[in-house]
Design a protein around this ligand. Structure first.
Ligand code: ADP
Ligand code: ZN
Length: 526
């Protein structure tokens, strides 16, 4: 069989993929790789990274080898390419021996344009010999942030990819990722030894996504309201932290007549695959999932991504919300977050395995996420700044559309901190945020009475605010490090900076809990 002539890059774009124009950045990247250069591509999810290696693989002589951690999606990707007439195959653990043999033979015969490989395959000497026996036109390293040891998707097998350049110094490499803090960016370049690579950094703005972060009061009801008023019949993703809450929320939505199905690592492989494929193929399905769901999912018409628990990092938040609106149409990224999220995640970090440096890093990730939640500035400006990109207030996020009011929370902060200080002297006992708030508002709960806390000088000094408002105060203090959560049991504790507030050396402006003004936000959507 003669190798087909696909033509140059624009011809391939039109004839094979059926698109008229390149998207921003694509042409430059493709030309650079076609010419044999190394590239590091940072482009947001949905930006069109695949074409950046698929087209050069078709234009250059030989087979483009794509390394991807997304084994579950390889079959789909290869099927989609074959449907376009592209000669594609994959090698991973899902193939039986004969299937594997066939793919290998096709590759050796020079009859593949693209070969998808799981990273662990590349470590095998047999795979390396196979690649030597064929003609590799380029290496594409997809989801390249998996090489980052401190990142949220670390795959040990990715570290071995640094050897590609040693064994095949003449084969161009293109590494791609949608995760792009300046630190990850540098780490990818150094770990993959992309010393001479050109860096292509696309804008990370997703203008069609409306970012909203709301205080969590009754999450189920809030979610239902969002779905009913703004997204009836729409496809979407609801993220929860635990398998248990995934199951509960999926059941709750189904009870309310909404087509919702669960997805988490505790389900058997068959159910997971079936649920994923229903979400991809049927219209208007909502998938309720842990973050195990979504990497590499290419469903263009996801109209909303809702988070019922706080993501652990801004990168995670950006990746997950980025699954909304790949088709460019208006979409919502909605997050509900509350005091318990902060307490729970801080505890999780403090009790996590790994060394202190790792814990500090996780803590820093969480702090950035909290800062995004508590900001009074444009969410998009904060989000893009996190990725090192400057921008102007967007007009399409909650803080732009309904600017939050701030108030002087110094006295309120002092009340909380004094209560925590008083309780801290009774070291044998464990008192969480709920108990502190009960004391402040002057609520005589059994626990308050048991410990004579109605006799404390701070008892009832906070009757001017509601329990909900106090939760907001505590949450903001935690977010800013003016209050801490003790490891293991979630007791509140003072920090080094608490003293400055108690001594009135530090003022504490606070964000007033915004009313939910869904209708106004909806009307203002672009
Ligand atoms: P990423 O890998 O960056 O998340 P994809 O490569 O999956 O994004 O592309 C996202 C979507 O955009 C896909 O449906 C793809 O077919 C489409 N796409 C990519 N490039 C173009 C283009 N030049 N014109 C039109 N659609 C495109
Ligand atoms: Zn904005």
């Amino acid at each position: 069989m003669d190798a087909p002539e696909y033509g140059d890059a624009s011809q391939v774009l039109r004839r094979i993929f059926g698109y008229d124009e390149f998207r921003e950045g694509q042409q430059e990247i493709i030309e650079h790789v076609v010419a044999g250069g190394d590239a590091l591509v940072l482009m947001p999810t949905g930006g069109g990274k695949s074409l950046c290696y698929q087209i050069p693989s078709l234009v250059r002589k030989g087979t483009g080898v794509v390394i991807s951690p997304l084994i579950a999606l390889m079959q789909d990707q290869v099927d989609a390419l074959r449907a376009l007439g592209v000669r594609a195959g994959f090698l991973n653990s899902t193939l039986d021996f004969d299937e594997q043999r066939t793919v290998e033979a096709t590759f050796r015969a020079g009859e593949l344009d693209l070969l998808y490989l799981a990273p662990e395959r590349l470590r095998l000497e047999s795979t390396q010999r196979l690649l030597d026996a064929g003609d590799v036109s380029l290496f594409a390293i997809d989801e390249a942030h998996c090489v980052s040891q401190w990142g949220h998707d670390f795959r040990p097998d990715y570290l071995a990819l640094s050897a590609l350049h040693e064994r095949w110094p003449d084969v161009p490499r293109i590494a791609l990722t949608a995760t792009a803090t300046p630190a990850t960016h540098a780490e990818i370049a150094s770990r993959l030894r992309l010393d001479d690579a050109r860096h292509f950094v696309a804008s990370f703005d997703r203008p069609n996504i409306q970012y909203r972060i709301a205080p969590k009061d009754e999450p189920k009801r809030q979610l239902l309201e969002l779905l009913r008023t703004e997204h009836p019949g729409d496809a979407g993703i609801v993220y929860c932290l635990s398998r248990n809450s995934v199951e509960k929320i999926a059941a709750f939505l189904a009870e309310n007549g909404i087509t919702a199905i669960p997805y988490h690592a505790g389900l058997d492989a068959q159910t997971r695959a079936a649920n994923q494929s229903r979400f991809l193929r049927e219209d208007g399905v909502i998938i309720v999932a842990t973050i195990a769901f979504g990497m590499g999912i290419d469903k263009p018409d996801v109209r909303f991504v809702a988070h019922l628990d706080l993501p652990k990092s801004v990168e995670g938040y950006y990746q997950e919300t980025g699954r909304a609106g790949r088709d460019g149409l208006p979409s919502t990224a909605w997050l509900a977050y509350g005091l318990q999220d902060v307490v729970q995640l801080r505890k999780l970090i403090d009790t996590s395995e790994g060394d202190d440096a790792h814990r500090r890093l996780q803590g820093a990730h969480l702090d950035s996420m909290l800062a995004l939640c508590e900001t009074v500035e444009c969410r998009r400006v904060r989000l893009l700044a996190y990725f090192g990109q400057e921008s102007k207030a967007c007009g399409n996020c909650d803080t732009c559309l309904t600017p939050p009011e701030s108030w002087d929370g110094t006295v309120a902060a002092q009340k909380v901190l004094s209560a925590v200080y008083r309780l801290d002297r009774e070291r044998r006992q464990r008192f969480g945020a709920g108990h502190v708030i009960d004391i402040l508002v002057g609520k005589k709960t059994p626990k308050v009475i048991q410990f004579d806390h109605d006799g404390l000088s701070v008892f009832g000094v906070g009757a001017d605010l509601s329990a909900g408002e106090w939760r907001g105060v505590v949450r903001q203090l935690l977010a800013r490090g003016l209050l801490a959560v003790q490891p293991d049991h979630g007791t509140l504790a003072l920090t080094e900076t608490s003293g400055a507030v108690l001594r009135r050396e530090l003022e504490v402006p606070m964000r007033r809990e915004p009313e939910r003004r869904a209708a106004k936000l909806k009307a203002a959507r672009v």
